[in-house]
Ligand binder design. Structure first.
Ligand code: PXG
Length: 291
């Protein structure tokens, strides 16, 4: 595997970052998780746009342009002969001293890892997931805004541990007001009648790229979408529920905190979105290879 670090490629053994990098010392940095399907990088521009938004929010001046980062991602995929894979793009604050001050970090580092994708077991997609609400509350947007895809993911990791301890793959996280925000690495949607409902970003959700695609697909399907505060009660009484994320794609949810959702099986509207999403991933994206 060849890993891109600051414009050069390194073997896996030699791809190294300093222990003085503030990405390691303080979680001071940002990242993106991107997928490639069929020799194309899916929604690459949108991921790089979001990376720039995260960078702006943490006052990190990216050392390379939007176009250069897009090229770095595509080139790294090509060097690793990726057709279907997972790309982790990381930008750290860079090497600094043993103190918080980011001004001592002279140059951010840009890292691109392109690897094979580890998929969730197929049975989750066929039967649906059971998920639980966990005690760890989502970070306040006035503290560390969850819209920033930062290297500081402990809030999400703690929630994931609680889900795992409860025998589940994913956790529902509530915000400090008790409204549903999202899961640890996925956004959440419910179906109620002919309407799709999802928490607004102000509830502490990430502006998910997959979430955005589902909202666009809903428009094509003539299904209305409302971004609205949801409580656990709303989830329990939904007709259908599904999660969205680059890693998970669209995954049906059939049980929440012991309550069976809808029929207890992946719903009809969920399945329609799954099929539409799959088709889109197979037919669009930034080409990695010349055809
Ligand atoms: N919420 C959070 C907190 C996330 O980290 C999403 C929602 C979904 O966003 P996208 O843009 O991917 O639709 C994420 C993204 C993994 C993995 O390996 C996790 C994500 C993305 C890619 C891989 O668990 N999370």
């Amino acid at each position: 595997m060849k890993i891109y670090i600051d414009g050069k490629f390194f073997s896996q053994e030699n791809a190294k970052i300093s222990v003085f990098d503030h990405g390691l010392l303080y979680g001071d940095g940002i990242f993106e998780g991107i997928r490639a399907y069929h020799g194309r990088v899916f929604k690459l521009k949108e991921h790089i746009d979001r990376l720039f938004c995260s960078a702006k929010a943490i006052l990190l001046a990216l050392p390379v342009s939007h176009a250069e980062i897009m090229r770095a991602v595509v080139t790294t995929c090509r060097r690793n002969r990726i057709r279907d894979g997972y790309i982790r793009l990381v930008v750290t604050r860079g090497v600094g001293g043993l103190g918080l001050n980011p001004n001592r970090c002279k140059r951010p580092s840009v890292i691109v890892i392109a690897d094979k994708i580890q998929l969730y077991p197929q049975e989750f997609y066929e039967r649906g997931l059971e998920i639980i609400t966990v005690a760890t509350v989502r970070n306040l947007h006035s503290a560390l805004n969850p819209a920033i895809k930062s290297l500081n993911y402990l809030n999400n990791i703690l929630a994931k541990i609680e889900a795992n301890n409860g025998g589940c793959e994913e956790a529902i996280m509530l915000n400090a007001e008790g409204f549903v925000s999202e899961c640890t690495g996925d956004n959440i949607f419910i179906v109620k009648g002919r309407q799709l409902l999802t928490p607004p970003l102000s509830a502490g959700a990430l502006y998910g790229i997959t979430r955005g695609v589902v909202i666009e697909l809903a428009q094509e399907l003539g299904i209305s979408v409302a971004e609205t505060n949801l409580t656990r009660y709303d989830l329990f009484n939904a007709d259908e529920c599904f999660l969205t994320g680059t890693g998970a794609e669209l995954i049906p949810v059939v049980k929440i905190d012991g309550r069976v959702v809808g029929s207890g099986k992946p719903g009809r509207i969920t399945k329609t979105f799954v099929a539409k999403y799959r088709k889109l991933t197979q037919t669009s994206g930034e080409p990695i290879y010349e055809s």
